[in-house]
Design a protein around this ligand. Structure first.
Ligand code: GLU
Length: 261
């Protein structure tokens, strides 16, 4: 079924894009870009929602720890975002694809006129064959206009560009009924048809120390997407070539089905 999805939003978390020390994991990004380029060649529209700006910035600035203050995070994002785009630009250019940067804040989504403009921008870029690469505009966003993480952002981006599916690349295989890092008998849930209290209860706290989202933000993002008719799948981003498994119809990760009716 997913094979027939024309427009795909791929959300890539900081833990997938960077090493423990914050530096960009070039080997993984290269594999990812190669796979996404191949998806483009096969006729899919690809929109990337990429984290990693703050992480890449703090590595580039050689800071000792992940930034804690707002001003430090905003400064790191400004440094890291251009790093990220440089890497994406170079890797995608190697496969003759053109990237386009879109930085968003939540007030864009909340204002119908601005939302319309951003929808037009996505459609125009996709009709031109570009790969939009979206992140939150971290250096200027503040409480009130924040998405609260790129999981949430990916849901709104999917709505804005009328996507057929979101693929959320995480540092975990999908949603488990309990924390697999603590319980060896934790079971992977392969499909969620309705996001109930029980499902929400499966989510633990935050994920890695490098990203901001844990499983709960992913489930909440799936809820927003599903209610707007868009399914979402969470898979492990460790091996980007596994994206082909999704297209081949193999059962991997956790699939959150869109709401019916
Ligand atoms: N926008 C943040 C960044 O690029 C990441 C937010 C998130 O991890 O959800 O660093």
């Amino acid at each position: 079924m997913i094979k027939h999805c024309k427009r795909i939003v791929v959300k890539i978390g900081t833990s997938t894009l960077t090493y423990q020390n914050g530096s960009l994991n070039l080997r993984r990004i290269e594999a990812l870009v190669r796979t996404l380029s191949d998806f483009k060649n096969a006729g899919h529209d690809i929109v990337v929602v990429s984290s990693g700006a703050v992480g890449a910035g703090y590595a580039k600035l050689a800071l000792n720890e992940y930034p804690q203050t707002v001003e430090m995070k905003q400064a790191c994002a400004a440094v890291g975002q251009s790093q990220l785009m440089k890497i994406y630009e170079n890797f995608f250019a190697g496969y003759s694809h053109t990237v386009a940067q879109i930085l968003m804040t939540k007030d864009v989504i909340d204002d119908s006129h601005r939302l319309e403009l951003v929808k037009n921008t996505f459609n125009t870029l996709l009709s031109l064959g570009c790969v939009p690469i979206v992140n939150e505009n971290d250096s200027v966003s503040c409480d009130g206009i924040k998405f609260g993480g790129n999981d949430t952002l990916s849901a709104y981006v999917a709505i804005a560009c009328d996507a057929d599916i979101i693929i959320n690349l995480s540092d975990i295989d999908g949603l488990y009924d309990k924390d697999p890092r603590k319980f060896s008998d934790a079971k992977l849930i392969d499909r969620v048809d309705e996001i109930t209290e029980e499902i929400m209860g499966y989510a633990g706290g935050a994920g890695s120390s490098r990203g901001t989202g844990g499983m709960l933000t992913k489930i909440l993002a799936a809820k927003i997407a599903n209610e707007n008719g868009i399914p979402m799948i969470i898979i492990n981003g460790e091996d980007p070539y596994r994206l082909y498994d999704i297209l081949d119809g193999k059962h991997i990760g956790t699939y959150f089905a869109k709401k019916r009716g």
